[in-house]
Design a protein. Structure first.
Length: 287
């Protein structure tokens, strides 16, 4: 097994990868716990000029988890999988990763060393001797049993590592615990260590205008024209029927690099003139 924690640094000439997240746990789907990972992953990516393209939620079903991981490994995406990597009976993610890859599981030597270090720390904190052969301590080593190609992700909170694996289709999945206090620093470390070449050094911008008295279908041809004229700029339309300030309206705008957005937005405003619409405020945001 390799001891590095993620894929090699990407080349700067390539486009940023597609990022996805898989969130695992019956407690999320049952409502016992509210998911906090999705908004945080969006935040962590956004702070680096990156975007999340997709998200999936799955309960503690080995069949569904395995199927989701097979899709992720078969893609060319970078995926963060949150939850289910512990060693209790309802934790299936490590085993599912092995099945999805067609690889046996084995105790990662660096993970073993870190877990044993954690057990020694715990014994010292409790003022009791460290007993490496005690049954519960032996069981804890299961948290370091990963697919044979795994690379560890260090956990600054309690040293129990996560892991990363590459799939045959080019997809890379980074597995972190379900606990936010552990998962979020681990996700940050993966992004900063291995995907910094893709960070947007200059923030993207959104420019939009609030429109009254129109329908999206009417504006669609104009939106398509703007995107065709301005490659790299995305046009967006956000309708609302009960906004507390503006009531029924459409927020129509463009987003992308600042210079490209300025030109596309001017083109958009010119294209709106023949419609004779009533305008609300203009909005500018960094994204």
């Amino acid at each position: 097994m390799n001891s590095q924690n993620t894929a090699p640094n990407p080349e700067t000439s390539r486009a940023a990868p597609t990022f996805g997240v898989i969130i695992i746990g019956d407690e999320i789907l049952s409502g016992k716990r509210a998911d906090k990972h999705l908004p945080k992953v969006i935040e962590l990516l956004g702070a680096r000029g990156l975007t999340l393209s997709w998200a999936e939620y799955h309960g503690d079903s080995p069949e569904r988890i395995t199927a989701a991981l097979k899709r992720a490994f078969a893609s060319a995406d970078v995926v963060f999988s949150c939850g289910g990597i512990g060693a209790t009976p309802d934790d299936h993610t490590r085993q599912c990763a092995g099945r999805a890859l067609g690889q046996p599981l084995a105790l990662h030597p660096e993970a073993e060393a870190l877990i044993r270090e954690r057990m020694q720390d715990t014994a010292r904190e409790q003022g009791v001797p460290y007993e490496p052969d005690r049954a519960d301590n032996i069981h804890r080593l299961n948290m370091g049993v990963f697919p044979e190609s795994a690379r560890i992700i260090r956990n600054p909170y309690n040293k129990i590592p996560g892991f990363s694996c590459d799939g045959p289709g080019g997809g890379t999945v980074h597995f972190v615990p379900g606990f936010p206090v552990m998962a979020w620093p681990m996700i940050e470390s993966v992004l900063d260590a291995h995907y910094s070449d893709f960070f947007q050094r200059h923030a993207h911008v959104e420019k939009s205008v609030i429109l009254f008295g129109s329908m999206e279908a009417t504006l669609t041809p104009l939106m398509e024209t703007i995107e065709a004229r301005h490659p790299g700029v995305k046009v967006f339309s956000l309708p609302s029927v009960d906004h507390p300030q503006w009531g029924r309206h459409i927020e129509l705008g463009v987003k992308g690099e600042p210079q490209a957005v300025d030109a596309a937005y001017a083109d958009l405003r010119s294209g709106l003139e023949p419609f004779g619409l009533q305008y609300g405020p203009e909005l500018v945001r960094q994204v």
